[in-house]
Every structure is written in C-alpha cells, then in structure tokens.
Write a protein that binds this ligand. Structure first.
Ligand SMILES: [Zn+2]
Length: 139
C-alpha cells in the first residue's frame, strides 16, 4: 500500500489538532471498519468558519483526511464547507489507497455533523440545510 507524500505529511504533522472550548458547532462521527472516531470543532462568525480543530482516534488516513479537511474549510463560508466532498479531500491529498477511501468519508461527515450541531444550537432544523449524516458503511 502506497501513501502520497501529502498523506504522509498530514499524518506526521497534522494541522489543527485539538479542541475549541467555545466552539459554535461540535460533531462526532465514527466508522466500524477501522474503529476511527473523529471529533470536529468549528468556530463560526457571520456564516464564515473562522477556526476548525479536530481530534481523531484512528488510522493514518483518518488523521490525514481530518487535517486536510480542516485546512480546506478554514476561512470558507458554511455553504462552501457543505460542498466539501470526500473526493475533494482525497484529491487535495493526491489520492488515497482504495481500501482507505471510507476514512475520507469520515472527514466529510464530521464537518457536516459539526455544522448540523451549529444549526441546532441556533434553533434551526439542520436537516434541510445539512442533510442526513451518514455513518460510513462497511466495505
Ligand atoms: Zn481508517
């Protein structure tokens, strides 16, 4: 199994690790296949994601995709963050081995889960905006 330089870099030096104490949205998602658990913290100001941090208990691909996902959504609008797909995260990492693709889905869903929490805290039903949060299926 081969990992790209970018995957190795984000695994060895993950960006935005930690938690945000006064986060505006917190999401958690897991997958049964690797036992990966990902927690995502977002700070949101006027519809813009001003900060994003994560904690991942999981495999190298899960750490690398969480790291890249936080980099991709920081400074972006909620709308743009909702358009973030696992394909975009994988592409930004120059690819992942096929058996690890489910780990990148985790990052996408963790972002959506945190945004869903954000809307719930505002008293807004997140379902029409964020959609359903899917726990990645086993392959
Ligand atoms: Zn994994």
């Amino acid at each position: 199994m081969m990992y790209s330089e970018k995957v190795l870099d984000h695994f060895s030096n993950p960006r935005n690790v930690g938690e945000i104490e006064d986060a505006d949205g917190v999401g958690e998602i897991g997958n049964a296949k690797c036992g990966d658990i990902m927690k995502m913290y977002l700070k949101i100001d006027n519809g813009i994601i001003t900060d994003a941090k994560f904690k991942t208990f999981g495999c190298g691909a899960a750490v690398a995709t969480s790291s890249m996902a936080t980099e991709l959504i920081k400074g972006k609008s909620i709308d743009d963050a909702l358009k973030l797909t696992n394909d975009a995260v994988v592409e930004a990492l120059d690819g992942l081995p096929a058996v690890k693709i489910h780990c990148s889905v985790l990052a996408e869903q963790a972002v959506r889960s945190a945004l869903s929490d954000y809307y719930t805290r505002q008293g807004i039903d997140p379902l029409p905006i964020v959609g359903e949060i899917k726990e990645p299926e086993e392959h």
